[in-house]
Design a protein around this ligand. Structure first.
Ligand SMILES: Nc1nc2c(ncn2[C@@H]2O[C@H](COP(=O)(O)OP(=O)(O)OP(=O)(O)O)[C@@H](O)[C@H]2O)c(=O)[nH]1
Ligand SMILES: [Mg+2]
Length: 242
């Protein structure tokens, strides 16, 4: 709990067995539940996770092996978010890069700015490799041109939001594109209740398996096509049928 809020942590996870135990042991006490969602792990992630689940009451291991073109990052997040019961949901990679220990400060800033959804921006940060910065900046520009608003970090994988806004996020992307989708939809449907909050990224635990160029191009095309994609009729609360 933080104040009167219960807090859920959702962590997508693929082949992170090497550091899973230390990562989970370091999760601050104020998290009421930790939902570790493995997607197609081929190392010991699931067995290490099960062992930890037996010892740590607040930890729940979920296995969701759905994937789109081999990637299940979005499916893992959607499943974890659906299962979360806290008033506040914190989503973050299970590689130690995101400062999940900063959530009290982030909630304080959200309350000050009246936000229901905070996307935690890693930028500006000169220590991030230039090629990665350029890639993210390109996607930020694409969003500015096509959607008319500015993001500092279109690919941040840490979000803090009230569980009550989940129905307004309309998440559908099972692959990496869940990351831009959650921000675009939060901006679209929450308006001024969406904002970015600055964080500082830490060093990744374990090896990266990310193909930055391939994933970046995939984002570039998805952000473009999503702009012209007719969303399915979304029923607003005041249009509810009897
Ligand atoms: N690579 C990969 N990771 C997944 C997948 N599904 C869930 N994950 C997890 O999603 C999180 C994000 O993946 P990362 O490999 O950290 O990708 P990234 O943050 O873009 O890049 P780096 O942190 O630099 O490796 C990690 O916690 C992974 O364990 C998937 O389909 N592929
Ligand atoms: Mg990562």
């Amino acid at each position: 709990m933080i104040g009167h809020y219960s807090i859920s942590l959702v962590m997508p996870c693929r082949n992170e067995a090497s550091h899973l135990e230390s990562l989970i042991m370091d999760v601050p006490d104020y998290y009421d539940e930790i939902l570790l969602v493995s997607n197609k792990s081929t190392d010991d992630t699931v067995s290490v996770g099960k062992n930890l689940e037996d010892r740590i009451p607040r930890l729940h291991l979920i296995v969701d092996d759905r994937s789109a073109d081999g990637i299940g990052y979005g499916y893992a997040h959607m499943t974890g978010i659906d299962a979360a019961t806290g008033d506040i949901i914190v989503c973050a990679d299970s590689d130690g890069t995101y400062p999940i220990d900063r959530v009290p400060d982030i909630l304080h800033e959200m309350s000050r700015r009246r936000l229901s959804f905070a996307s935690c921006t890693r930028y500006p940060d000169p220590s991030i490799p230039h090629a990665l910065q350029l890639g993210v900046r390109t996607l930020n520009c694409e969003i500015a041109v096509l959607y008319g608003f500015h993001l500092h970090d279109s690919l941040s994988g840490m979000w803090v939001f009230k569980r009550e806004v989940v129905p307004q996020l309309h998440l559908t992307q099972g692959d990496w594109n869940l990351s831009p989708q959650i921000k675009l939809n939060a901006h679209k449907y929450l308006g001024k209740r969406f904002g970015e909050v600055k964080i500082t990224q830490k060093i990744r635990l374990g090896e990266t398996k990310q193909s930055y160029v391939k994933t970046g191009l995939h984002h570039l095309f998805w952000i473009l096509s999503n702009r012209f994609h007719e969303p399915q009729e979304i029923q607003k609360p005041d249009q509810e049928k009897d």
